[in-house]
Design a protein around this ligand. Structure first.
Ligand code: ADP
Length: 658
C-alpha cells in the first residue's frame, strides 16, 4: 500500500513539475529523498519509482526527448546517491552530501552530457527552488518517520505552497527563458540536420555535374573527329566500357534484336517507343537506350545503375543521337552522291552495249553491287519458299531484289538505273530492227545475183534429170551417174540458199573465234553473181592465209556485203570496172576504181541517213551500221582514197591467237 502511494505521488509530482520545466531533482528528487528515509519503503523500490517517473515524463513530452533523456540521466543519478545516503546515514549525516547533490552535481552532469543545451543555465536559474526543496525534504522525512501517510498528504501541499509562492512573474520569466533556450537548441539541431542534408545533396550535385562534364567532354572529342558511323560506334562502345567496365555493352543496329525472347521484346520496345528501359537491382542491371534512327545500346552486368548514372547516360545517349543523325545524314548524302556517280558511269557503259543479254547482265550486276543484295530479272511470280523482297517494274517482267528495307535514296537510284536499262534495251531493239532492215535491203540487191547463181545448178539439175530419165531403162548405170550429178548440183543450191538464209537471219550478237578468210569467202560467194551480171570484175584476196578474230561472223559478213554493194554501185557501168578485196592480218579492204567519195562528203559518209543516192535508191544507213558493228567488235571501219582511183574501205579487227 505504501509502495503504491509512493509511486502515485511521484507520478503526480512529475506531471506537475515537467510542464513547469523544473528538473526532476526539484520535485521528484526531493520526494525520492523523503521517501528513502521511510523505513517502510526499500531503497530499490524508491529508485525504480523514480526511473519510471522520468521515463513517463520523456514519453509525455517527447518534443524535447533528445534533451530529456540526457537531463533524465542527470536527474536520476544525484537523487539515487542522495536517497542512498539518507537511507544509510540518516538526514543529519547525509545533509552535506545532499547539498552537494542538489545543485553542483546535476549541473556538472548536465554540462558533461548535454553541453550548449541551455539546461545548465536554466538549472542555475532554478537553484533557489532546489535549495528550498532540498531543505524541505528532511522536514518531510522527519514527518514521515512519525506517520508515513501524513507525510504523503503534507508533502504535495507543501510543494503547492512553495510553487504558489514562486509562481510569480520571475518564475514565469525563467520558465519562458528556459523554453526559449530549448527551442533554440532544437533549431540548432534542425539546422545541423539541414546542413548535413545540404552537404549530401551538394556532393551528389557535384558528382552529377562531374559525370555530365565527362559526358560532354567525350561527346566533344568524338564530334571533333571526322568519323564514320561505324568508327563512332566503336569509339563510343570503348568509352562506355571504360566508364562502366562491369557492364557488357552492345550496340544492336535497327531491326536486329536477337538474344533472349524477353530481352529481345524489351529492346524492340525501346526501338519503337524511344524510351529507355532500365532494370536495376542491388546486384545487377539490364538497360537499353535508343540511339536516334541507328539502333539500340544494351548493357547488362553486375553493377547498380543509380539515379545519377541513369540520368547521365540518358543525357549522353540523347546528345549522341543528335550527333549520330548528323553523321548519318552526311554519310547518306555521300552515299547518294557515290551512287549517282556510279549510276552515271553505268549509264555510259549501257550506251556502249548493243546486245540485250549484256545489258541485262550489267543491270543485274550493278544493282547487286550498289544494294549489296542479290537481285534478278524475272518474268514469273515468286515461287514458294523464295525469300520475300522488293520488286520493281521492268519491261517484260519485273526486277526483283531480295531483302527489303532500302532507304529512299537507294530506291530512287535503283529506279533510275532500271529506267536507263530499259531505255538501253529499247534502243538495242530498235537498232537491231534497223540492222535487220538494212540487211534485208542488201538481200534485195543480192537477189538478182543469187537467182542467177541458182540458175546454173538448177539448169544442171534439170538437164541431168532429163538425161537420167531417158537413160533409166536402156542404161541404168548411166542414169545413176546423171542422178549423182544432179544431186551434186542440189548440194550447190543448198549451200547458196543456206548462205543467204544465214545472212538474212538476225544476229544473236554472240562472238566466237572466227576465220576472217572464211567470212570473206562466203560474202564473195553471195555477191559474186551480181558482180558478174553487171560486168564488174571482183578480185578475191590473193593469199589464203589464216586470220582468226573474235567476232560474230554474220555481222562481219553484213559489213562486207555492204561495202561490196557500195563498191559495185560505184563502178557499175564503167569501163574496166574493178572491185578488189584484200585480206591481211586483222584487216579486210574493199576498194574500187570508181569516182571515190567527194572531198566534202568524206566526213559525213558514216553518219546515219547520209546518202548521195536518189530517193528510193539508198537510205544512208549502210556505212553507219557497218561502222557501229566494227566498233562493237573493238574494231574500226575507215575510208581512204584507193590506189585504184576510187574508194577504199578498210575494216580492222583485233586478231586472236591460239
Ligand atoms: P547508201 O548506200 O544507202 O547511200 P551508205 O551509208 O552505204 O548508204 O553510203 C553512204 C554514202 O557514201 C553513199 O550514198 C555514197 O555517197 C557514199 N559511198 C559509199 N560507198 C562508196 C564508194 N565505194 N564510192 C563512192 N561513194 C561511196
Amino acid at each position: 500500500m505504501g509502495n503504491l502511494l509512493a509511486l502515485i505521488s511521484l507520478l503526480l509530482l512529475e506531471l506537475r513539475a515537467a510542464p513547469l520545466a523544473l528538473g526532476s531533482f526539484s520535485a521528484a528528487s526531493c520526494w525520492t529523498l523523503a521517501l528513502a528515509s521511510l523505513p517502510q519503503l526499500s531503497l530499490e523500490w524508491v529508485l525504480t519509482c523514480q526511473v519510471t517517473a522520468v521515463t513517463i515524463r520523456s514519453l509525455i513530452w517527447p518534443a524535447s526527448s533528445r534533451g530529456v533523456w540526457r537531463d533524465a540521466l542527470a536527474d536520476i543519478v544525484p537523487p539515487a546517491l542522495g536517497a542512498w545516503a539518507v537511507a544509510r546515514l540518516g538526514w543529519l549525516q547525509a545533509a552535506p552530501l545532499l547539498l552537494l547533490l542538489s545543485l553542483p552535481l546535476p549541473l556538472l552532469l548536465s554540462q558533461l552530457l548535454a553541453p550548449q543545451s541551455g539546461v545548465v543555465a536554466s538549472r542555475m536559474a532554478l537553484k533557489w527552488e532546489h535549495l528550498s526543496l532540498v531543505a524541505l525534504a528532511p522536514a518531510a522525512g522527519l514527518l514521515g518517520q512519525r506517520d508515513p501517510l501524513l507525510m504523503l498528504l503534507v508533502w504535495p501541499a507543501l510543494l503547492s505552497l512553495l510553487r504558489a509562492a514562486s509562481d510569480g512573474e520571475e518564475l514565469q520569466q525563467r520558465r519562458s527563458q528556459h523554453l526559449a533556450l530549448r527551442q533554440q537548441r532544437k533549431r540548432v539541431d534542425l539546422r545541423e540536420q539541414i546542413n548535413e542534408e545540404t552537404e549530401i545533396r551538394q556532393e551528389r550535385q557535384q558528382r552529377l555535374l562531374d559525370a555530365r562534364a565527362d559526358t560532354f567532354a567525350l561527346l566533344e572529342t568524338l564530334a571533333a573527329k571526322p568519323l564514320s558511323q561505324a568508327q563512332a560506334l566503336t569509339e563510343v562502345l570503348l568509352a562506355l566500357r571504360q566508364r562502366i567496365p562491369q557492364g557488357e555493352w552492345h550496340f544492336l543496329p535497327s531491326g536486329e534484336f536477337a538474344g533472349e525472347v524477353a530481352i529481345g521484346m524489351r529492346l524492340r520496345q525501346v526501338w519503337s517507343e524511344g524510351t529507355p528501359w532500365i532494370l536495376t537491382t542491388a546486384q545487377s542491371t539490364h538497360a537499353a537506350w535508343r540511339l536516334a534512327h541507328s539502333g539500340v545500346f544494351y548493357v547488362q552486368g553486375p553493377f547498380v545503375l543509380n539515379h545519377e548514372l541513369q540520368f547521365t547516360l540518358g543525357v549522353f545517349f540523347f546528345y549522341l543521337g543528335v550527333w549520330f543523325e548528323r553523321i548519318r545524314s552526311q554519310e547518306g548524302l555521300l552515299l547518294a552522291l557515290q551512287r549517282l556517280q556510279a549510276l552515271l558511269q553505268g549509264a555510259r557503259q549501257l550506251t556502249a552495249l548493243v546486245s540485250p543479254r549484256e545489258i541485262l547482265e550489267l543491270l543485274v550486276e550493278r544493282a547487286g553491287q550498289w544494294t549489296g543484295r542479290p537481285c534478278a530479272i524475272r518474268s514469273g511470280p515468286l515461287q514458294v519458299g523464295e525469300p520475300l523482297g522488293q520488286a520493281f517494274p521492268f519491261p517484260g517482267g519485273e526486277f526483283y531484289l531480295e531483302a527489303s528495307g532500302m532507304d529512299p535514296t537507294e530506291v530512287e537510284a535503283l529506279r533510275l538505273w532500271l529506267v536507263l536499262g530499259a531505255g538501253a534495251l529499247e534502243r538495242c531493239q530498235t537498232q537491231a530492227g534497223l540492222h535487220q532492215n538494212s540487211k534485208l535491203a542488201a538481200i534485195g540487191q543480192l537477189a538478182a545475183g543469187v537467182a542467177h547463181e541458182l540458175n546454173t545448178p538448177l539448169g544442171a539439175i534439170s538437164v541431168a534429170l532429163g538425161l537420167a530419165r531417158r537413160n533409166l531403162a536402156s542404161n541404168p548405170e548411166k542414169a545413176i551417174g546423171r542422178l549423182e550429178l544432179a544431186s551434186k548440183s542440189v548440194d550447190q543450191v543448198r549451200v547458196i540458199v543456206a548462205k543467204l538464209l544465214n545472212y538474212s537471219r538476225s544476229s544473236d550478237g554472240e562472238r566466237r573465234r572466227t576465220s576472217l578468210g572464211e567470212v570473206v569467202h562466203d560474202a564473195l560467194q553471195l555477191v559474186g553473181q551480181s558482180f558478174q551480171l553487171e560486168a564488174v570484175t571482183l578480185e578475191a584476196p590473193e593469199n589464203s592465209q589464216e586470220v582468226w578474230v573474235q567476232a560474230n561472223a554474220g555481222e562481219i559478213q553484213q559489213v562486207l556485203i555492204n561495202l561490196l554493194g557500195n563498191a559495185r554501185l560505184a563502178v557499175s557501168g564503167r569501163a574496166g570496172a574493178l572491185v578488189r578485196v584484200g585480206l591481211g592480218p586483222g584487216q579486210v579492204t574493199v576498194e574500187d576504181n570508181g569516182p571515190g567519195v567527194d572531198e566534202e562528203d568524206v566526213q559525213r559518209i558514216f553518219e546515219p541517213f547520209f546518202t548521195t543516192r536518189d530517193i528510193g535508191q539508198g537510205v544512208g544507213l549502210g556505212l553507219s551500221i557497218s561502222r557501229e558493228i566494227m566498233t562493237n567488235h573493238q574494231g574500226e571501219l575507215n575510208y581512204r582514197r584507193s590506189a585504184l582511183g576510187g574508194a577504199c574501205f578498210e575494216m580492222r579487227l583485233p586478231e586472236v591467237h591460239e
